[in-house]
Ligand binder design. Sequence first.
Ligand code: ZN
Length: 151
Amino acid sequence: MSYLNDLYQEIILDHNKRPRNFGELKDANRRADGYNPLCGDKLTVYLHMDGDLVRDVSFQGSGCAISTASASLMTEALKGKTRAQVEELFNGFHSLVTGATSGDDSSQIDLGKLAAFHGVSEFPIRVKCATLAWHTMQAALENKEQAVSTE
Ligand code: ZN
């Protein structure tokens, strides 16, 4: 189990140091801004939707390691997914970081690398860091004008 924790930590550190899909998405047709005042995390999520499909997704901004790594892993997870699949992943991820599921439950959907955030549930203040990108992405999907705040 501690091997697994090390592996998870490695994933988060790596994605914080070298965030994937970082930068403005030139052909984005949706975008939203998110802000977590508790920690100071700020980011913008860009989406290129092709009908119901996430053709491309990126993010930009600055924040703590958890928020940056979460945004980076989210963009990797969402590419090529349908809205329904995105919704499913978000629900699964949300349950994981809020401690509603252990993450080991085989009846749950496969979160892949997103499972690296299971430890976040022990630190309630970090849950907002981990979910900021997701809430922002959802606002972008719904084309909300107002910036997302976790408060
Ligand atoms: Zn944070």
